[in-house]
Structures are given as C-alpha cells and as structure tokens.
Design a protein around this ligand. Structure first.
Ligand code: ZN
Length: 271
C-alpha cells in the first residue's frame, strides 16, 4: 500500500457526504487512507420526518435535526468514515430565504472564525487533502459556498495540506444522462435541474471510476431516508444508478507545489 494519507471532506449538510463523495470515501478507506468528515450544519431546513419541507408552516426543525443526525451516523458507518466532526451551525436555507440572516445560520458566521475552526481540525488530523464544493457551491446553496470560502482560507493555515480539490460533475454527464433518466421516469431533485450546473469537461482533471462502489453510494443516500426529494435516486434500479453515478469527478483548486500536471488520483504527487 502507498503511504497512508488523510483526506478531509468539508460538507455543508447531512447527506452531502453521501451524494457527492461517498464512493471516493469507500475507495480510499479500502486502500487504508484516513477519511475525516466535517459536516458544517445541522440540516434543520431539510424535510422533516413527516415529509414536510423546511421551512413551510408546521415544519418541525428540531425533529429534522434529530432525524438527520441519526441518518448521518448511519451513513458514516456505511462509508467507514474514520472520524467525524459536526460543527452544528444552523442550515441557512437557499439563497434569499429569511433564515440566511439568522444569527446561528452558517452563512451568518464570521469567515475567519469558521476557517480557523476547520483549520484546527485539519491540523489535528494532519490533513493532506481537503475536498469541498466549487466557488458556486455546486448548485448555488449558500452553505456550500460558505464551505468553499472557508476551505480556501483554511488551506493557508494548515502546513500539511498539499491539495484542495472541488467535487464537480462534467456538463456532458448532465446533458447525456439526465434526459435519458427522465425518459425512464426518474424525477430528480430541483438542484440537478439548475441550468448552469456542471464544469466544462476539459476542466475536470480527476475522473475516478468508482462503479464498483455504486451500490454503497446508493445505500448511503438511502440512509438519509427523510430527504424524500432524493427518493427517485434512492429507488433507482441499481444498474442504472451505477451508469449515472458510477464516477466521482474533481478539479484541482489549489496545490501547494503549484504544479498543474494532470493526475488521475487525488493523492498522486503528494510529497
Ligand atoms: Zn448540501
């Protein structure tokens, strides 16, 4: 085995670790690397256990938080996450929601303080690589964007970090597969339908074929059972799910060595 490395995943909500980086997690864990998950918010504005979306009238945010933490624990177990840190900020909701400005919301927090909090975890685990969302927060969620900003600030504070990578999806995948899946009756959550979603294929520099981990990825998404906007993905035929979600893609956002060499692996070239 190569020298064991430590990858830190910085995610905004319970279920993002499943949707975005679960196959990557299992793959690196099976190679003996350490994968540390930081989840920034409590996901209070997700669907509550009665299936009410946040924050409609009657939505039970405290039951939502409890349910989602339980689901996250199950997901971490399935993915064999080495270590889990829960920052506990309030889910800020989508852009423009009044919850954005509440004092406990993640986006209301001072960026320097959040970056230092994340950096302290990264220093404690001697992080080699940090993975988070791109500057657009993958699909524009303010909490994802805050993770991006905090991660960019944190890498400067942690000497062990060699690489910051963003989890992305090439535009061609959306163009090709979403219409095919919809023709087969799949209904995707609204964020998958955002028109500007995805990166130009030529800019995506790490393409991990993780088809062998598609089943575990689908299981981890299913672990977040209250989040029913993902129901079609949870219930998708496993073979079709593998075709759609069998790869996880990354772009290099920053490398300490400054090199711009194409790599096929997130750990390649780390001194
Ligand atoms: Zn999220």
């Amino acid at each position: 085995m190569n020298q064991p490395r430590t990858i830190v995943l910085l995610h905004a909500h319970p279920d993002d670790e499943a949707i975005f980086t679960s196959a990557t997690t299992r793959w690196y864990r099976e190679q003996g690397h350490r994968v540390v998950l930081i989840t920034a918010t409590n996901g209070r504005l997700g669907y509550d256990p009665q299936g009410r979306p946040g924050p409609v009238a009657g939505h039970d945010s405290s039951a939502t938080v409890t349910a989602r933490l339980g689901e996250l624990t199950t997901s971490c177990r399935l993915l064999d996450i080495s270590e889990f840190h829960f920052l506990g900020y309030d889910d800020s909701g989508m852009q423009g929601w009044p919850e954005n400005t509440e004092p406990q919301s993640f986006v209301s927090q001072d960026l320097t303080g959040v970056a230092e909090e994340i950096a302290a975890i990264c220093r404690a685990v001697a992080a080699d690589v940090i993975i988070t969302y791109d500057e657009f927060g993958y699909y524009g969620h303010p909490d994802h964007i805050k993770c991006n900003q905090a991660a960019r600030a944190a890498v400067a504070l942690v000497p062990s970090v060699s690489r910051l990578a963003y989890v992305v999806t090439p535009k061609s995948l959306f163009r090709t597969f979403v219409p095919v899946a919809e023709a087969r009756g799949a209904v995707f959550p609204a964020w998958i339908k955002v028109k500007s979603l995805g990166w130009s294929d030529e800019d995506v520099n790490v393409d991990l074929d993780l088809s062998a981990y598609a089943a575990i990825k689908q299981d981890s998404i299913r672990a977040h059972a209250t989040q029913i906007d993902n129901a079609d993905i949870m219930n998708m035929d496993p073979e079709f799910f593998r075709l759609l979600f069998g790869h996880e893609f990354y772009v290099d956002a920053w490398r300490r060595d400054g090199l711009e060499v194409a790599t096929t692996d997130l750990l390649e070239g780390i001194a």
